[in-house]
Design a protein around this ligand. Structure first.
Ligand code: NAD
Length: 363
């Protein structure tokens, strides 16, 4: 089967790491004879300069015809919310394409220095509502300035979103258990002791889904305690499921546990489409220097190939994802490290090392 995959480079380090990731993914696809058409589409500040929109309508239309895509980081803290053309592409795309589960693995990688050993966990974050004002109302914005000195932020929690993200997380935990040959464990992270209605409903939904997965051990923990336990003993966790903002925060924390935001991938998954997107932001402090770590972006594309393999029952896509991941691990294990990991190699050098390993699998 042939795939159309959109390429949206984004802002800051996006135009540095995304092309490197796409070249590596292209090489992986070639090694298994997977046909991929890569479709470059405008997004972010460069798109705004040309079209007056950070997410042009043509980009959204083109994505409709794609099987999946990669979105680089966007520098949305710099976007002016008063300008209608400056929407946050990340939030709009998650909502528009109903990409309801944001899957963010954090695991120790070979050769990557970390204070911990044995970390292999996944944060599954609800992706379409919660405390995010740009996506939880149909019109307008769910953050209101009541007076100069008073702001009200509204959070949306729906039973439908809670149930389906819990379903996704339990199915993932069950699949991981089979793959790893050990019992699966799922932890629901919440603040139901304070947010009694919203998080209370989220927790009730997780419990309801848990009854359908007897093979997965279920527990729940308050988000403040989860932050503590993650730092104290991260290897006790397998899959964590949580609401949008908590998941955003805990997944950056989890990236810190395994060495760098530069190695933390993610996939935004829906039923019809999926979007590869590193956990990190646009890293303005290092943008333009050619030293950003492309690992997270490459591994995000490996996750997208894995998703395409499951969605379309296509072993070639699954194998391309597996090879891409193995090539990244191989390069890291061989000491090809960017400065965030204590090395001196550039973004481009890392990309070349990954492609070289992929080519070697063909020879
Ligand atoms: P950030 O993730 O951009 O950077 C945090 C730190 O991690 C910085 O020191 C940065 O240099 C480092 N870092 C991040 N990615 C790296 C990589 N690939 N290689 C090496 N080092 C890396 O977070 P921030 O500084 O809070 O945010 C910067 C901008 O990004 C803001 O405008 C924010 O709104 C935006 N942002 C976007 C996304 C997204 O598009 N998914 C996510 C988070 C933040």
């Amino acid at each position: 089967m042939a795939y159309r995959i959109g390429v949206l480079a984004g802002d800051g380090i996006g135009p540095e790491v995304v092309p490197v990731a796409v070249e590596a993914a292209e090489e992986a696809a070639r090694t298994v004879g997977l046909a991929v058409e890569w479709v470059e589409l405008p997004v972010g500040l460069s798109a705004y300069a040309r079209t007056g929109e950070t997410l042009p309508a043509q980009t959204v239309q083109a994505l409709q015809t794609c099987h999946g895509w990669v979105l680089g980081p966007v520098e949305h803290h710099r976007y002016d919310p008063r300008l209608p053309g400056m929407r946050n592409p990340s939030g709009v795309l998650r909502k528009h394409f109903d990409l309801y589960a944001n899957v963010r693995p954090a695991r120790n990688l070979p050769g990557v220095p970390s204070r911990y050993e044995g970390v292999d966990l996944v944060v599954v974050r609800e992706n379409t509502e919660g405390f995010y004002p740009d996506r939880n109302v149909q019109e307008g914005d769910a953050e209101l300035r009541v007076t100069d000195d008073v702001v009200v932020s509204l959070r949306v929690v729906t039973r439908r979103a809670c149930v389906r993200v819990a379903e996704y997380a339990f199915a993932l935990a069950a699949a991981r258990a089979v793959r790893r040959g050990r019992p699966g464990r799922l932890t629901a992270v919440h603040k139901a002791n304070v947010l009694r209605r919203g998080d209370g409903m989220f927790l009730a939904c997780c419990r309801e889904v848990a009854s359908r997965y007897p093979q997965v051990a279920f527990e729940d923990v308050h988000v403040d305690a989860a932050a503590y336990f993650l730092v104290r003993q991260p290897d006790r966790y397998d899959v964590l499921v949580t609401t949008n903002l908590f998941g955003d925060i805990l997944s950056d924390l989890a990236a810190g546990l395994v060495g760098s935001l530069g190695v933390a991938p993610s996939l935004n998954a829906g039923d019809g489409h999926a979007m590869a997107q590193a956990v990190h932001g646009s890293a303005p402090d290092i943008a333009g220097r050619g030293i950003a770590n492309p690992t997270a972006e490459v591994l995000s594309l490996a996750m997208l190939f894995g998703w395409l393999g499951r969605r379309h029952g296509d072993p070639a896509a699954t194998e391309a994802g597996r090879r891409l991941e193995a090539a990244v691990h191989g390069a890291l294990a061989a000491g090809v490290l960017t400065p965030d990991l204590g090395g001196a190699c550039t973004t481009a050098e890392f990309g070349r090392a990954v492609r070289g390993r992929l080519r070697a699998t063909m020879g």
